[in-house]
Ligand binder design. Structure first.
Ligand SMILES: [Zn+2]
Length: 262
């Protein structure tokens, strides 16, 4: 048996899997992710609804420790439908229109003087989600927007405590909460400024966990950005968002000419 035969299914190549998904999107009939209109990944009226509607907030990671947070639009309507279709149906062609709110959020995050030389660190999805999807949505979104990312966060080893192996339904909420993804720092980030990137921010719990892990590794978290933020509802999120006008001058976000290289 060669070493390649022993690899887990998804490690065959996340990029290769993305490429296959793209080919599938080209040959299969697609419907608009926003309204279901035929033969368009996103029809012009729905695409227009992805125009950035940026907002900012302060994310309290711990008492006395807050980081500036920016989102490119609301996680609602077409933006929600497009993000869900990309993540859960593998419709990676939607990364292109979604780059607009993503870049709007990053323009805000990188506008802060401390962020000038910051690494852009994507927040990884859960191991289960990676196995199901075959790709990391946040990393894909960033790369398709032409951004250089630093994979400084890796998933913690799989939880093998009580309840492991049983179905999600059978597990108690407490067990599932204990299993929530806790990223681990894998790269040398000591002394580096970091901007975190996620696809959707709801309560901010995932970003907080990522910020804590990176700070423990010696990084300075100078900001966080998300493509979209869930509308604030009672009990769902304590984040106080402030809508702002889109920034007119794009800020220098780390980029390179070959978006397929990490
Ligand atoms: Zn449409």
């Amino acid at each position: 048996m060669t070493s390649s035969e022993m690899r887990p299914r998804w490690s065959l190549g996340v990029r290769a899997r993305e490429a296959l998904l793209d080919v599938a999107a080209l040959v299969a009939p697609v419907d608009c992710a926003g309204c279901g209109a035929h033969d368009r990944a996103l029809c012009p009226p729905c695409a227009a609804q992805l125009a950035p509607a940026p907002r900012t907030a302060l994310l309290e990671v711990a008492p006395g420790w807050s980081i500036p947070l920016a989102a490119g639009t609301l996680y609602d309507g077409v933006a929600r439908a497009a993000i869900l279709a990309l993540k859960e149906e593998g419709r990676t062609e939607l990364a292109r229109p979604l780059r607009l709110p993503l870049l709007a959020a990053l323009d805000l995050a990188y506008a802060h003087p401390a962020a000038r030389a910051a690494l852009l660190v994507p927040v990884p999805g859960s191991r289960a989600a990676l196995g199901r999807r075959g790709f990391q949505p946040v990393e894909l979104l960033a790369r398709r927007a032409g951004l250089a990312v630093t994979r400084a966060l890796e998933l913690a080893a799989e939880h093998a405590g009580p309840g492991a192996g049983s179905s999600q339904k059978q597990r108690s909420l407490a067990a599932r909460t204990a299993e929530r993804r806790e990223p681990l720092v894998t790269r040398e980030v000591r002394g580096r400024a970091v901007v975190l990137l996620d696809d959707v921010v709801t309560s901010g719990a995932t970003l907080r966990a990522a910020a804590r892990a990176l700070r423990a590794a010696g990084a300075e978290i100078v900001g966080a950005a998300a493509v979209a933020a869930t509308p604030r509802r009672i009990g769902e999120s304590a984040i106080r968002w402030h809508s702002i006008a889109a920034v007119s001058e794009p800020i220098a976000v780390p980029s390179h000419t070959d978006p397929e290289r990490p």
